[in-house]
Design a protein around this ligand. Structure first.
Ligand code: PAF
Length: 282
């Protein structure tokens, strides 16, 4: 397994592969890998000849009072896990390599970035779009794999790729969950044992929404009310948002007549957790 920390190095690694006519799958991550990430890597492995992952805790996607400094890191463990699923190369740049002095260019995907998580994290998706565009330019992957837990991120990246005529094919992987239903996330580490138990309410609430939908409920107001009650009853859970939005445009719906996403963000202790479920009436 190769670990490369500079742009010139990863470029020459990639051009050797491309010169042989072989393909590259990229899985961008911020490290502290879990089984959710490993599934993205397995998918990339199936869809391309070589898998490159990036591990970079991207400072531009964190707001001033967010968890950039305490974001969990364990590079040794990440290397072992990545190599166990066939990753051949980790791009692990320092912040100065990605954002050198004088750095001034940002990508903003308008509209899609200021709803849902964008309301309480107004600069987050600008940071995500910027770093992902840079990674695409640096690695030039044929495909890139993202998880559906970060549903809004996925929609924004797909929009950016279309709008900027990027050649990479964006592929998504369904949410990977713990046995008790909690969506896997590096931030689950912030939860105490008690908070960890409480956090299962997120998935229980989403399943309840799905059950209501299957029983014919199409009214967003009624679905949101039930979910809000369920989560508020769980001690220590502070709802950031619960929304039902169009799965492509992310615009709010009143009734579910087309593919929709129930998306939520809830603060539990030091963790802000997100989760979602897709409801498809077709
Ligand atoms: O989903 C993440 O871990 C990050 O937002 C990403 C896509 C690696 C960009 O920093």
């Amino acid at each position: 397994m190769k670990v490369i920390d500079d742009i010139a190095g990863i470029r020459s690694y990639v051009s050797a592969i491309k010169a042989r006519g072989e393909t590259i799958g990229l899985v961008p991550t911020m490290g502290y890998l879990h089984d959710g990430h490993l599934n993205l890597m397995r998918m990339a492995r199936k869809l391309s000849d070589h898998v490159v992952i990036s591990i970079f805790v991207n400072p531009t996607q964190f707001g001033p009072n967010e968890d950039l400094d305490r974001y969990p890191r364990d590079f040794e463990r990440d290397m072992m896990l990545a190599s166990s699923v066939g990753v051949e190369c980790i791009f692990h740049p320092r912040p100065e390599e990605i954002y050198p002095d004088g750095y001034a260019t940002y990508i903003s995907v308008e509209g899609l970035s200021n709803v849902l998580c964008g309301v309480s994290r107004p600069t987050h998706f600008r940071g995500v779009a910027t770093v992902v565009a840079k990674l695409f330019n640096i690695v030039e992957p044929d495909i890139a794999v993202f998880g559906e837990k970060d549903y809004q991120q996925l929609v924004i990246i797909k929009r950016m790729v279309d709008d900027l005529n990027m050649k990479v094919k964006v592929v998504s992987h369904p949410i990977v969950r713990e046995k008790d239903g909690l969506a896997m996330s590096s931030r689950n580490r912030y939860l105490s044992a008690q908070e960890r138990k409480r956090a299962t309410v997120l998935n229980r609430a989403l399943k309840r929404a799905e059950q209501m939908f299957r029983q014919g409920e199409r009214d967003v107001y009624r679905i949101k009310n039930i979910l809000t009650d369920m989560i508020m009853q769980e001690h220590g859970c502070n709802i950031d948002y619960i929304e039902v939005v169009d799965a492509n445009s992310l615009s709010r719906l009143q009734t579910i007549e087309r593919r929709a996403v129930v998306a939520l963000a809830v603060k539990i202790g030091k963790a802000r957790l997100i989760d979602n479920i897709i409801l498809d009436p077709t």
